[in-house]
Design a protein around this ligand. Structure first.
Ligand SMILES: [Zn+2]
Length: 298
């Protein structure tokens, strides 16, 4: 029991406390504005610090006029480096498809000027699953999107789908996918292998209701945006215990853009034009998600 209590306080300290701090400072925005001053695109808002002699006169007016910070989105291309992910029927590596599409989406979102977009990896390198979640926290992301194109045992199954976190899987296919994905850490040398089911349960229980709601909302947004544009799997919104979705305070979804195990999905995902369509549909989903968040929060 002692072990459990220690673990709970440890995870609460690293995951829940920052969320509270973030929530307290969110409305004031001053906490998040300062680091943005270093961002080149924000230069015209933030500029250089005013000379000391002017601070007393100008400071209050300037702080009221500062533009609200742009939401930070963490895009996570699945796998990488020594972990190729799924290997397609004609030999395509999932890690390359994930990286190419995430880059496409990164460019589209970033050039809209509405978001600050960060990638967990911009090159072909291995990052353990927990490291991906930690990166999202480090960058204070407001949305985490993991991008994949895995393989299923049934090669006839095709279409895109989107996954959110739950302790049990919505169906057998999803349970299989989550097991495969979580085993990506077999490539890691860290001690992350050692997590007992009890600790995993604690991690899952720390995911707040608010985060769950946000994740579900984003998942719905992806499905609506894909409909009529990108072929979808039957019942495309699913859930399971994906390790990479276990952020306590960041709404997170995992998108399977199609399956490497299906010849037609693999063929489509190899084409830049198709990946661009996927990225455009994702961008629309992100826009709809943040628009609804803004309305909800007033
Ligand atoms: Zn994958």
């Amino acid at each position: 029991m002692l072990t459990r209590r220690v673990l709970v306080s440890w995870f609460a300290a690293i995951m829940l406390l920052p969320e509270k701090l973030w929530a307290n400072t969110r409305k004031k925005s001053s906490h998040r504005v300062a680091p943005k001053a270093a961002h080149p695109a924000m230069g015209h808002h933030a500029g250089k610090a005013a000379p000391n002699s002017l601070q007393g006169v100008r400071a209050p007016a300037v702080s009221r006029n500062v533009a609200p910070p742009r939401p930070v989105i963490m895009l996570d291309p699945g796998h990488g480096g020594k972990d190729p992910g799924a290997i397609g029927v004609s030999g395509t590596y999932e890690k390359h498809i994930a990286q190419a599409t995430a880059h496409e989406l990164h460019n589209i979102l970033q050039s809209s000027g509405h978001y600050d977009v960060v990638l967990t990896r911009s090159e072909d390198k291995f990052i353990p699953l927990q490291g991906r979640v930690e990166l999202a926290h480090k960058h204070k992301a407001q949305l985490f999107i993991s991008m994949h194109a895995d393989a299923l045992l049934d090669h006839n199954v095709r279409g895109a789908s989107v996954y959110t976190l739950s302790s049990g899987a919505s169906d057998r296919q999803t349970a299989f996918l989550a097991k495969r994905e979580n085993s990506a850490d077999r490539f890691a040398t860290a001690s992350f292998h050692g997590l007992s089911p009890e600790v995993q349960q604690i991690l899952a229980s720390l995911v707040t209701e608010e985060t769950r709601r946000g994740s579900a909302h984003m998942a719905n947004s992806v499905v609506s945006s894909f409909r009529n544009r990108i072929r979808l799997l039957n019942h495309p919104s699913r859930h399971a215990g994906f390790m990479v979705l276990k952020s306590a305070d960041i709404p997170s979804v995992l998108v399977e853009m199609g399956f490497m195990s299906n010849r037609l999905d693999e063929q489509a995902l190899r084409q830049g034009q198709h990946r661009q369509q996927v990225a455009q549909a994702m961008k629309q989903a992100v826009d709809a998600y943040f628009a609804s968040q803004k309305n909800r929060l007033g």
